[in-house]
Design a protein around this ligand. Sequence first.
Ligand code: SF4
Length: 304
Amino acid sequence: MKMSIVEKILKLKKEKKAVILAHNYQRPEIQDIADYVGDSIELSRKAAEEKDAKIIVFSAVDFMAESAAILNPDKKVLLPTLGARCPMAQMLTVYEIKKWKAAYPLAPVVLYVNTLAEAKAYCDICCTSANAVEVVESLDSETVLFGPDSNLAEYVRRKTGKNIIPIPEKGFCPTHLLFQPEDAQILKRKNPDAVLMVHPECTAEMQEIADFIGSTSQMCRYARESNEKRFIVATEEGLIYRLRKENPEKEFIPAYEEAVCPNMKVNTLEKIYTALKEEENVVRVPEQIAKRAREALKRMFELK
Ligand code: SF4
């Protein structure tokens, strides 16, 4: 009998001692076959814990697979689609970082994990959207260079009261920019009992009307632990699938149905199968870059 694509992937996975990690924004069918679903850093940590795994299939975008490769140098990390690139990560070049460092030589550089490895190699410490405030608060400096997301930078500025200088000046996630406060207000009026959850990559105007601001992992925890029953969700639509699956008795309303990250969605079951079968699209980070980027990531982990 002919095997389905899911059966073929699961068979190969077992034979090759592979783990499949899927970001919260991946297609539902990918989330369903993954060993773990989570945000980028949760997944990289999971990968490091999988002592027996030889191969990691990281179904997400470039910078996430790079972080997994940096943190797991003894494993083969595969990105199902080589063209899965995060446009926000591309917005911050090494040239730009050096330019801002020259202008503010005493200011530490904090980079969101949504950056390429070569950029991470030039920062003092990394952060995620879940811990950006704690990371910046831990630094003994009132002025901090922060990139590449200017909306997350603004969130951190409001929370810490520090002088946060966004690098580049207007880095952004095109998907999270799609959320408009006017649309969210209409939804709130129609659903007065629903909690509006907003990702900090959304604009400051969206953040201002939020009932809860958090990363994807924080949204999952909040929805699970809260007594509230209905939620309006302002982040990439892939998270809605996970939220509904984990909380079948609760209701999740997308703040904007078209908020789809095309870069995340280029991964498919077929591409996962081919990457694993051929062991292709191996993510490689030159060791001199990986070493420095690893230190910046480890500094972040040590804070917890
Ligand atoms: S949702 Fe935004 S930040 Fe995340 S991968 Fe897509 S473009 Fe990049």
